[in-house]
Write a protein that binds this ligand. Structure first.
Ligand code: ADP
Ligand code: MG
Length: 624
């Protein structure tokens, strides 16, 4: 091995540059952050061919004074923090003082700047880190940094770059996030001469988001606003059809700083639960405001990672805020738009929150023969489901599920709107105040209920709606005790002595979730009662899960019970392709509206898809 040597300043610069400016997007991010730190209200970003041969960031910020210009390009030189304690409450985006030096070290950079009260501007030319010349120049207040031939002296880095189009997409993603981080700043982003994003800088997150995603997408997102746990959250969340296959659509801003945080992602996902299909992720643009001292942003050189002082509180608070924001969403008022007409170019490139998700194909099932309603003289209920119902007199307890019994959910009280007094197709919904009437035409393919509501034609998925109604009803009794089913023969489960003690300690808690288990000799538990919803088949697995939940300090068995409820709801709901009577269809729609259900099935698929009157008119060329 060679002898150990101290690296030259030039080498140190190049190695450091690798960390900060691994690609054009990273360099551009640093430059925009400098502009924002300089108090700019207007920022323009231009790139050519992904930024590799050329990019330029122009701002109207405070500029750099003559006396500071050389220092600006020196590494570890910053105007933003001076004492160590400043690092505990960083309010500026930059603070490491290495971005300009790093970028200049691996490119040909020209900076034009004019400080607020300077008589003239300055032009600084830097190549490979060395200042070539500084001359006077004409410029209004602000700074322009133009970077050419990035990595011209670092061929290895150059090789690691992607194709120009991919680098351009990464730059656009980065700029988009910065636009969203500062709705009060006017942004323009141009790639190869084409405007990619433009935001008005009017201070509203709606406007900024519309500039990035297009107005249409933004209007399909849900507004989130709330305060909890010493934090304010403000922004948008998209679930259901807006959900994505990755976390790429989750964007967080902490005190206006772009941040990534698994903790925040989990919090939002938890808040969106059941509204997003399994394996998918919500999209969000969320601004969190909290005291500077309670977050640490100096965790990683890319300044993207964050640590919270009060992790649990923050997570719970955010989950609650998101859940509340989504709670009263009405399926009829917020259907998923169906597109017949080509978009007017409002939606942009990456990052794209697409609305039109792919629907699963459902094989239509053979129609269920219609069985005459079961009628008992003293019953207030009439069975209207297609399938035979064993007994409808017995109220359908959420956990007393019989194969046919669940269908009794389609049983409606006689005096409740289902009578023949009203014309079947013209029904106005009770209890909904200002709600407009809904007209039901029947079910297409015995699967999608067709309805007219306000100025929209609606398609309502009969299975999804029923599944949602059943699920909600079962979840209501979820937290209630005595949902256990006694086993005929106790189930013996092998455990360690520690686990046995754990179960003993938490006896009451376990009973409340329907689990009764007691020590059975050394290293064994006798399980006597399991939650009804799980039944005997899953009992042993449930006990295992409960024990591991107890260890982790989590609510015992919550996940499994929830999954079981979900499965049960799905199994017992009417299917797509199942022929339902008109009253059934109407009942489903009525329940859906009255109960103000979450507009997705528990797996996150939408309940309602809508086509607006104007889109139909356009399709028929009635309007242009
Ligand atoms: P940092 O942002 O961490 O301080 P940089 O290397 O990015 O480090 O910038 C060094 C210094 O140059 C900044 O502290 C700031 O004083 C000055 N500077 C850089 N860009 C701008 C700009 N666009 N407008 C005004 N000042 C700037
Ligand atoms: Mg900086």
């Amino acid at each position: 091995m060679a002898r150990i040597r101290q690296l030259s300043a030039d080498m140190i610069g190049r190695i450091a540059a690798g960390e900060v400016v691994e690609r054009p997007a990273a360099a551009i991010k640093e430059l925009i952050e400098n502009s924002l730190d300089a108090g700019a209200t207007e920022v323009t970003v231009e790139i050519r061919d992904g930024g590799i041969p050329f990019f330029r960031v122009t701002d109207n910020g405070c500029g750099i004074a003559d006396s500071d210009i050389r220092l600006a390009f020196a590494s570890h030189a910053t105007s933003k923090v001076s004492a160590a304690e400043d690092l505990n409450s960083i309010e500026t985006l930059g603070f490491r003082g290495e971005a300009l030096a790093s970028i200049a070290a691996v490119s040909r950079t020209v900076m034009l700047t004019r400080a607020r009260d300077a008589q003239t501007g300055l032009r600084v030319e830097v190549e490979g880190g060395g200042i070539l010349k500084i001359t006077e120049a004409v410029r209004g207040q602000g700074t322009t940094v133009e970077v050419k031939d990035l990595f011209f002296n670092a061929p290895v880095r150059l090789k690691f770059l992607k194709k120009p189009a991919s680098e351009a997409a990464l730059v656009c993603d980065t700029v988009a996030q910065l636009i969203l981080s500062r709705p009060d700043v006017r942004f323009l982003c141009v790639s190869n001469g084409k405007t990619v994003y433009r935001s008005p800088g009017d201070g509203s997150l709606e406007s900024a988001s519309a500039g990035v995603f297009g107005l249409r997408t933004v209007s399909s997102l849900r507004r989130v606003h709330g305060c909890a746990g010493g934090m304010t959250a403000d922004g948008f969340v998209g679930t259901g059809e807006n959900a994505r296959g990755s976390r790429g659509g989750e964007m967080f801003f902490i005190n206006r700083r772009v941040m990534r945080s698994p903790l925040l992602s989990q919090a939002v996902e938890e808040g969106c639960r059941e509204r997003v299909m399994i394996g998918k992720f919500p999209v969000c643009v969320l601004h969190l405001t909290l005291p500077y001292e309670s977050v640490d942003v100096n965790v990683h050189p890319n300044k993207l990672e964050v640590r919270f002082r009060q992790e649990r509180e923050i997570k719970e608070a955010l989950t609650g805020i998101v859940r509340d924001a989504l709670r009263d969403r009405d399926a009829l008022e917020n259907p998923v738009p169906m597109r017949l007409v080509k978009e007017d170019g409002a939606s942009r490139k990456a990052p794209d929150i697409s609305i039109a998700g792919k629907r699963e194909k459902r094989e239509p099932q053979s129609a269920v023969p219609v069985v005459p309603p079961v009628k008992k003289p003293d019953e207030a209920y009439t069975c209207v489901s297609g399938k035979a119902i064993v007994s409808v007199a017995e109220p359908v307890g959420a956990y007393k599920i019989k194969e046919a019994g669940m269908k009794a959910d389609l049983v409606q009280p006689r005096d409740k709107g289902g009578g023949s007094e009203r014309p079947a197709e013209q029904m106005s919904l009770p209890n909904t105040g200002a709600k407009k009437p809904i007209k039901i035409f029947g079910a297409a393919f015995d699967t999608f209920i067709l309805a007219e509501y306000d100025d929209q034609l609606l398609l309502i998925d009969q299975h999804a709606v029923h599944e949602r109604l059943l699920f909600d009803r079962m979840m209501k009794t979820y937290g209630q005790p005595h949902e256990g089913q006694e086993l005929l023969i106790p189930l013996i489960v092998g455990v360690t002595a520690g686990e046995q003690a754990l179960v003993e300690e938490n006896r009451a808690l376990l009973e409340s979730v329907g689990l009764v288990a007691e020590p059975f000799g050394a290293g064994e538990l006798a399980v006597r009662t399991v939650p009804v919803v799980l039944g005997e088949a899953q009992a042993a697995a449930f006990v295992r899960e409960v024990i591991s939940d107890l260890r982790g300090g989590m609510e015992p068995g919550a996940e499994k019970r929830r999954a079981a409820i979900l499965q049960t709801a799905c199994k017992h709901a009417v299917k797509g392709g199942e022929k339902l009577r008109e009253e059934d269809l109407r009942f489903l729609v009525e329940e859906m509206t009255e109960k103000k259900v979450v507009p997705t099935c528990p797996h996150g698929r939408p309940l309602v898809v809508a086509l607006s009157r104007s889109e139909i008119d356009k399709k028929f060329r009635r309007i242009v």
